[in-house]
Design a protein around this ligand. Structure first.
Ligand SMILES: O=C(O)CCC(=O)C(=O)O
Ligand SMILES: [Fe+2]
Length: 181
């Protein structure tokens, strides 16, 4: 889990060409997320805009030397966990990512909860556990998202991780839309 952050467990990045299902999920999930990404970018005062199709965004990553695919499979056994982290690898960052739980909580494993923390400016981090069943996907911010308060829009910084697996085995599919150098 070194490159992925820190923790205990196995992870495996897919290579190009991606398995057809992973490729399909990456390109089709991208489309509805572009509107959110562009809205967030404008709200946070950034000039970055994301193209409608994932191919065009991949071309942008590749032109900047970010050519390594980032979708990955993660496997956690007893005692494994994933420290709170952000999957930032280069200049080009698509601000949302997806994780799909491939195992059934309570049957295949216990513990191993998907955890997010949200940090408001000058604030402490607020934890959030996202309850997932096998086959559920969670869409979450890679780095920052805008939030509105009484004094306008401010940035919330997110981190994500997985609490310790207590019994069994937990598997996930992680889909990031930017590639890595
Ligand atoms: O195993 C998980 O639920 C989270 C994996 C992860 O860190 C990711 O998909 O980026
Ligand atoms: Fe991650």
């Amino acid at each position: 889990m070194q490159r992925h952050g820190f923790g205990r467990g196995e992870y495996q990045y897919f290579k190009y060409p991606l398995p057809p299902l992973v490729q399909y999920l990456r390109t089709t999930l991208y489309r509805p997320l572009v509107a959110v990404a562009n809205h967030w970018s404008a709200a946070m005062g950034s000039d970055v805009r994301y193209p409608d199709e994932h191919d065009a965004f991949t071309a942008r990553c590749h032109a900047a030397g970010q050519t390594q695919p980032t979708p990955l499979q993660l496997r956690y056994g007893v005692g494994d966990y994933n420290c709170l982290h952000q999957d930032l690898y280069g200049e080009h960052v698509f601000p949302l990512q997806v994780a799909v739980l491939l195992s059934q909580p309570g049957e295949d494993f216990t513990g191993g909860e998907f955890v997010l923390t949200e940090q408001r400016p000058r604030g402490q981090s607020r934890p959030e556990v996202v309850p997932l069943q096998r086959g559920d996907a969670v869409v979450f911010a890679v780095n920052q998202r805008p939030a509105s308060g009484s004094r306008g829009i401010y940035r919330v910084a997110l981190r994500h991780g997985v609490s310790r697996v207590r019994t069994g085995r937990r598997q996930t599919l992680g889909i990031l839309f930017h590639d890595a150098p």
